[in-house]
Structure formats: C-alpha cells, structure tokens
Design a protein around this ligand. Structure first.
Ligand code: GAR
Length: 193
C-alpha cells in the first residue's frame, strides 16, 4: 500500500476529492491529513473519515525536523499539498525528493509565487483580462510554485466572467484532475526528471 499525506490549510475541497477517490483503492490510501490550522475544515473531514491528523506549529515545522518522524510513523510515501499555504522547508523537500506535489489555481509560471493563492490568483487573472486560465500540478521545491510542472488543464474565460466565475471554473478542473494525476504518479512510479 502506498500512503499519502494531504497537507491543507483551508476549506479542503480538493482534499475531500482525493480522500473520496482513494477510499476503496487497492494500492493507495490517504494515511494522514496535516494542517497548520486547528480549525481547518479539512481536519473535521479527516476526523469523520477516521484518517489520522496532525496540526502543525510554525516554530516546530521550521526549526525542527520532528515531522519526519511523524510521517515515518504513519508510513507516508508521498505528500500532496491541497491549498497548503506555508512554504515547504528544505529538509522536507530533501526527505521527499520527487514525492511532494502541489496544485495551483492558474497556468504556471504565470500568476504564481508568494502571496498568489486562492482568490488573489483569480483576481489577478481577471484584472489582466485573460482569455483563459486553468490549473497546474507540479513537484514542490523550496521556492513557491517553481517545481517541475507535471500536468496542466485549461479553461476558456468569457469577458463577462467575474473572479468568482473564474474560481468556479478552475476549481472544477482541480477536482477532476488532481486525484487521477496523483494516482498515475504513484502507480507508475513517476519520479521527477
Ligand atoms: C485551490 O484552488 C488550490 O489550487 C489553491 O487553494 C485552493 C484550495 O481549495 N492553492 C493555492 O492557491 C496554492 N498557491 P480547497 O481548500 O477547497 O481545496
């Protein structure tokens, strides 16, 4: 069994989709849900699903490597960030080389970087009057949104679309593609080139 840890900070709709996708899977399971916010919706979801969970403290996450032992305790092979807003520290990137992915709600390399998350991204796309947007799944390195791109999906934007419309279109793409892309990486032992 391959075990995934999901890292999420907020609402957790992508995490919910991934949990549902792997619920009955023969080879892959979500073995841990990690959040930096004790009130995150995603932790309530993990509780309801009977998945172990962990709340991070900033000091401990950045100044110790304690999380490595916790991930090992749960036999975690792979990490998927799903709306996780803290930068992944270098020791964790190194320990999970080629085994951490992130989803970003735009077509990287555009509209990425520090501070570009959630509605900030969709507002920037809207202000620039883009005719398309989309989502990107990429490997994680120690720079926000700069790891190798694995997969992108695009959606056309209508000039009448407001930021909320863009958000809705992009989120639908995320829900459709994130879990299958993770499954493909894990089943095909896809590693970072
Ligand atoms: C998703 O749209 C994800 O792409 C984005 O946060 C949202 C989380 O939604 N991530 C980023 O902006 C990272 N820079 P969710 O909590 O409902 O899955």
């Amino acid at each position: 069994m391959k075990k995934i840890a999901l890292f999420a900070s907020g609402r957790g709709s992508n995490a919910a989709q991934i949990i549902a996708h792997f619920r009955q899977h023969r080879n892959i399971e979500v073995g841990l849900v990690v959040s930096n916010k004790s009130t995150a919706g995603v932790l309530a979801l993990a509780r309801a699903e009977g998945i172990p969970q962990l709340t991070l403290q900033r000091q401990e996450f950045y100044h110790t490597e304690n999380i490595l032992a916790k991930l090992a305790q749960h036999s975690i092979d792979f990490i998927a960030l799903a709306g996780f807003l803290w930068l992944i520290p270098e020791y964790l990137v190194r320990a999970f080389e080629g085994a951490i992915v992130n989803i970003h709600p735009a077509l990287l390399p555009r509209y990425g970087g520090k501070g570009m998350y959630g509605h900030h991204v969709h507002q920037a796309v809207w202000r620039a009057r883009e005719r398309e947007s989309g989502m990107t799944i990429h490997y994680v390195n120690e720079v926000y949104d700069e790891g190798h791109i694995i997969f992108q999906a695009r959606c056309a934007l209508d000039p009448k679309d407001q930021p909320e419309d863009i958000a809705r279109k992009v989120l639908a793409l995320e829900h459709a593609h994130y879990a299958p892309v993770i499954e493909n990486i894990l089943l095909n032992n896809h590693t970072q080139p």
